[in-house]
Design a binder for this molecule. Sequence first.
Ligand code: NAD
Length: 362
Amino acid sequence: MIIEEVDVSGHEDFANHEKVMKCFDKSSGLLAYIAIHNLNLGPALGGCRIWPYLSEADAITDVLRLSKGMTYKSALANLALGGGKAVIIADPKTMKTESLIRAMGRFVESLNGQYITAEDSGTNVEDLKLMSEETSFIAGVQDKKLSDGSEATGDPSPATAYGVFVGIKASLKQKYTNDSLDGIRVAVQGVGNVGRNLSKMLVDAGASVMVSDTYQPALDRITNELDVSVVANEDIVQQKVDVYSPCALGGALNMNTLVEIQAPIVAGAANNQLSNQGAGDYLFHKGIIYAPDYVINTGGIIDIFYEREGYDHKKVMNHIDGIGATLADIFRLSVEQKASTQLMADRLAESRFLGELRDAVA
Ligand code: NAD
């Protein structure tokens, strides 16, 4: 196994990364990168992605961007964590072998805890459990006990959904000075693990929920379980609702959909909702309250952080409740500084992990 540091200082996505390591292991075929963006607040936690990148250059660009994003996310979630990410260049459907996963575990171990890995696209809990036989620097694999005494798996989706629920309430408070969900109309796009759990919380709190999905079994499941209405996926953005909640894939807020949004609030779990910085500015100028995705969807990372600290479900829920206060700060800064919530969230994160109190932070 050859592990070496890669010089990325000239890369356009360098962003002061602490280090990027490359690993090549001939016997298992592992070709992987781990990027550590920042360690100021703690060890770098971030998922391990397996993807058939067309080139090593593409993999490096992805790992640099993703690891930087994790620094911001953890800082905004008030966690003692830095940002990092791992990518394996391989097709997860055909090239994921036991020896490849084990070799990745040894690569993670070689960083002596500077990087803690977790699930991402292409990896699952079984892969992580296998990796944990090679390294202890793993998160998101343990079964846990909830406050009602029931058992749950390591799956962070219910915690993510709870964080989005808290974030929707904070957004309602900003808009209507009242965070009651009674009679509030919410359009949830994508009812997979997060969207389904979120819809249940919303319905239980008295909201009227409409949903869409591109996968019929997901719709069948939710309509069997909950009193929700279904709309065609291409129509969900245009619904006259109080909250539009993108919980499917990234890029939901793009030049086609932005002009169609009728809701005064956009608050959902999906990663990378804004197709670019301009999309955030557009929402701000249109007077739509946007809860930045990497703030509102931090319930899952908070959940897996506590798995390593000693899991206490009540403590986890209390920490997730803090998403509401962080969003309230971001909304206030956005009004005061006449700038998008996305920009204000970035500034707030930087003030935390760079330790500089900027003008943006009161
Ligand atoms: P999931 O795969 O369980 O569910 C996604 C659902 O969206 C599926 O039912 C899928 O059929 C549907 N979908 C896909 N494309 C769609 C489209 N164009 N329109 C409507 N529906 C579509 O994923 P998840 O775990 O529920 O995560 C949802 C989003 O939240 C993702 O963007 C994910 O990255 C993000 N997220 C999830 C977590 C977590 O803890 N699971 C944490 C942070 C962020």
